[in-house]
Design a protein around this ligand. Structure first.
Ligand SMILES: Cc1cc2nc3c(=O)[nH]c(=O)nc-3n(C[C@H](O)[C@H](O)[C@H](O)COP(=O)(O)O)c2cc1C
Length: 218
């Protein structure tokens, strides 16, 4: 099983932290997700989408930017997604939304996702997570019911991603496992069913206009 873990921050400045808190969360989650999946971290700093918004489905196959085309391939090949987002103004990270918006929902659909949010504040990104459920459902990678939230993440994790001195590793492992195991269960089930019955035969991706999915006119 392959999973892509999206690091949802492209903040390259301080304050409050010297580097992105999201790096610490991804380091911690990699250990637990890595027990179940072959994982690859996708960092938005490695991708420079064009200034003018042009998603991959707006190009023809030959003119698609190589880097975005490659990421689209990875998304298609993955069995599951871990969406790691900071909370910015009680919303999901615009960097994460911007990166995901570059790709067609058919690349993500019929596969599960796990929402992991964090913040330096006390809510751990729960406000952001509410909107992420809607976003990811529309993208077709339905979020599992368990969500992982990391409040005061700058106190829970050291800059190297390890838990700080007063944290109980067993409790955090137990917490992370619930989400990761749900993701694994759904990813395995979906992979078997995708093989048995091509979902795009049943529910084809639209190719011209989303209006293809509209209700009949009254
Ligand atoms: C524009 C902006 C908005 C923020 N909004 C919130 C917020 O609504 N709730 C919260 O708990 N923290 C908020 N924070 C604090 C972030 O949790 C903190 O900056 C964190 O380090 C961001 O993650 P990152 O370092 O991986 O980018 C905000 C930070 C920024 C830069």
């Amino acid at each position: 099983m392959k999973a892509l873990m999206f690091l949802g921050s492209r903040r390259a400045s301080s304050p409050p932290q010297p580097s992105r808190l999201g790096e610490r969360i991804c380091t911690f989650l990699s250990i637990h997700v890595g027990e179940r999946f072959e994982i690859q971290i996708i960092d938005p700093l490695d991708y420079q989408p064009t200034n003018i918004f042009k998603p991959t489905f707006a190009y023809n196959q030959t003119s698609k930017p190589h880097q975005l085309g490659h990421l689209e391939h990875l998304i298609n090949e993955a069995d599951a997604y871990v969406m790691v987002s900071p909370e910015y103004n009680h919303s999901m990270s615009p960097a994460l939304a911007d990166l995901l918006n570059q790709f067609p929902s058919s690349a993500f659909s019929f596969k599960p996702s796990l929402i992991a949010t964090y913040s330096s504040g006390q809510w751990g990104g729960t406000c952001a997570a509410v909107g992420m459920r809607t976003f990811l459902s529309e993208l077709g990678c339905l979020p599992v019911s368990a969500m992982l939230h990391f409040p005061s993440a700058d106190h829970v994790f050291a800059p190297d991603g390890k838990l700080t001195q007063h944290q109980d590793p067993e409790q955090w492992e137990h917490y992370a496992r619930r989400g990761v195991d749900q993701l694994y269960w759904w990813a395995t089930a979906a992979a078997l069913q995708r093989q048995a019955d091509d979902p795009f035969q049943l529910s084809p991706a639209f190719t011209r206009t989303p209006a293809a999915r509209n209700a009949p006119e009254a």
